[in-house]
Design a protein around this ligand. Structure first.
Ligand code: HEM
Length: 577
């Protein structure tokens, strides 16, 4: 009975950081005492003393827990932590992140009349967390309280796999170094000028992709695994932009895959007293770090050697060269250490390769499922080719893509329905703040569910449908059955048409927004627009025998980053256009 009471008590009240160890201890005490008492049928004085101790511990927990769950009075009235599912003792709501892609479950928990609503409070072990699922609250976190939520949480993998918290862009707090890193990215690496100068790299990789597709499909007679080809193309492109080498020379695809699967959170990130359970994972992470270190050291050594033997004009004009020039900077504020350079490179590899490949694969899957959209896109591309006089052997360039509004709309739909980072990257609050009617304590993890926001019917008519026309003037048609709400429909049409992906429209946030928005958005967009346009222009895509558009599997896998559970297979039939 006492065990039931304490289980119920722990169920009702969320676990808290300091208390986890006490909870485990007092639970153990209760269990052992109860079993001893029941089997012996007597209670010796030593047991009585332990009983009292356990009761006192629970009393102490009760006071602390009640204090936390109480409403907090402020000048404006009473505020409290956002509602959410009951947390389990000790683990809190961690199980949500253990049942497949969490954005879907969180979406289901938030919506409907029985849902917890667009701002949901969770306990991840001892850490408070909040998940926001509509544009209003996304704006609150990413704009109104952007400064408070400008840090990423410090998880163990940033120390064990990468070069430590605060030593690169992705895994850093709101530290002065972050501003320096972001500035280097914006004004040295990913400038319009540099991206234009390096367009030839992207074009060569697209050309090679088209060639390989032609060859592997035996001239359009056999299906190919689209994922394999687009992943290879994005890995080679990023690798050449970074250090002018093809990805397979360093087995970069395998390394990115391992980073994705092994650089993950461990139980100790949420329940410090159970950190010992993560020992094995930490050992794997350290091995991965050694591989990353070996790979980066060999790249740096090779380039340093080249710098000694070649005149500077003959050195590659890539990101690595730009970063190395910062190593000997006179101005200390601008100088980069070797570890910071390595941190930068691995950030770009982990953030740029998979995101672009995943987006391209979803785009192909959606187009194969929607042959009408595929045909329409092809028609638009053909019209631009004719208008611009693009020759058969020439590729569609960055400049041509600007004239393809339907391509742009197709990609917006892909970003809306299949964001590569459906919960963005987590942020953590640096101080207590009030969001809407709720109080979020210092140290609250924040997740913005862009997947849920992208399917919110209040902003998106026919929200589950792939419908690129929604972004194009004169093409928006209200479905027959909702003519009664035409005025709402008009509003939706207006707002959908204005939406872009640059972080200003909170109903579509594939690259995030605010201080921690994606740094590679410009490159990311170039890396999906050009390849998709050329893939559609060069081939008539068909599904293998026996697979109809409706039966293309659209299931997802992954956790914080999401890709298709099964690869798309299709037959690329060469076109002469
Ligand atoms: C289609 C391609 C891409 C997508 C969908 C994407 C998406 C994202 C998202 C959702 C975030 C988190 C933003 C937030 O928390 O608000 C992010 C962060 C980031 N991305 Fe991208 N990304 C893409 C391509 C790239 C590329 C090509 C690069 C590098 C050249 C890159 C570099 C980064 C970096 C460095 C961050 C961390 C920014 C920070 O923490 O301050 N991304 N990206």
């Amino acid at each position: 009975m006492p065990q039931l009471v304490c289980m119920d008590f722990l169920w009702q009240h969320p676990p808290s950081s300091l208390l986890c160890a006490l909870e485990i201890l007092s639970m153990a005490l209760f269990s052992s005492l109860c079993s001893r008492h029941l089997t012996d049928g007597r209670l010796p004085w030593s047991s009585a003393l332990l009983w009292s101790l356990a009761c006192l511990t629970f009393g102490f927990l009760l006071v602390l827990r009640t204090r936390r769950s109480r409403e907090i009075k402020t000048k404006g009235g009473n505020v409290r932590f956002p509602p959410g599912p009951h947390p389990w003792p000790i683990a809190g709501n961690l199980s949500i992140f253990n049942q497949g892609p969490p954005h879907r479950l969180l979406h289901d928990l938030a919506r409907g009349t029985h849902g917890y609503g667009p701002i949901m409070g969770l306990w991840l072990g001892s850490r408070p967390a909040v998940v926001v699922s509509n544009a209003f609250y996304a704006r609150e976190i990413l704009l109104t309280h952007d400064q408070i939520f400008a840090s990423r949480p410090h998880f163990a993998f940033s120390d064990f796999v990468f070069y430590g918290y605060n030593s690169s862009v992705i895994f850093s707090g709101h530290d002065p170094r972050l501003a320096r890193f972001r500035k280097i990215c914006a004004v040295e690496l990913l400038t319009t000028k540099r991206l234009r100068e390096l367009e030839f790299v992207r074009k060569e990789e697209i050309q090679s992709l088209l060639h390989k597709l032609h060859k592997d499909s035996a001239g359009g007679t056999k299906p190919v695994d689209v994922r394999r080809f687009v992943s290879e193309m994005t890995a080679n492109t990023i690798s050449r932009l970074l250090f002018s080498r093809k990805a397979d020379q360093y087995d970069l695809p395998a390394l990115t895959h391992d980073i994705e699967s092994k650089a993950t959170v461990i139980i100790g990130d949420f329940i410090p007293c159970l950190a010992f359970l993560g020992t094995r994972k930490i050992a794997d992470m350290k091995m991965l770090h050694n591989r990353i270190e070996g790979f980066l050291e060999s790249i740096l050594a090779e380039r340093r050697q080249a710098m000694q033997s070649l005149p500077s004009r003959e050195l590659p004009h890539d990101f690595l060269q730009a970063l190395l020039s910062k190593e000997s900077c006179e101005d200390e504020a601008e100088r980069l250490t070797a570890d910071e350079i390595k941190g930068f490179i691995i950030d770009i590899v982990s953030a740029g390769v998979i995101t672009s490949a995943v987006t391209l694969e979803w785009a192909m899957a959606e187009l194969l499922r929607n042959p009408q959209a595929l045909r329409k896109l092809q028609k638009d591309i053909d019209a631009v080719i004719l208008a611009r006089g693009i020759k058969q052997q020439e590729l569609i360039s960055d400049d041509d893509v600007v004239d393809l509004p339907y391509l742009n709309s197709v990609l917006k739909e892909v970003f809306r329905l299949h964001p590569a980072g459906p919960l963005l990257l987590p942020r953590i609050s640096s101080k207590e703040c009030i969001v809407g009617d709720y109080l979020l304590p210092k140290g609250t993890l924040a997740f913005v569910n862009t997947f849920a926001i992208g399917r919110d019917e209040r902003y998106w008519e026919r929200s589950e449908e792939f419908w690129p026309e929604r972004y194009i003037q004169n093409e928006f048609e209200l479905p027959n059955d909702i003519s009664a709400v035409k005025s709402d429909g008009d509003e939706i049409m207006q707002s959908n048409m204005k939406v872009d992906v640059h972080g200003q429209h909170y109903e579509l946030l594939p690259f995030g927004s605010g201080r921690r928005m994606c740094l590679g958005i410009r490159l990311g967009l170039l890396m999906v627009n050009g390849p998709l346009a050329n893939l559609i222009r060069s081939f008539d895509w068909e599904l293998p025998d026996g697979i109809s558009p409706d039966s293309v599997d659209m299931a997802e896998k992954g956790s914080m980053g999401v890709c298709k559970a099964t690869p798309v297979f299709a037959i690329p039939k060469p076109r002469s256009m």
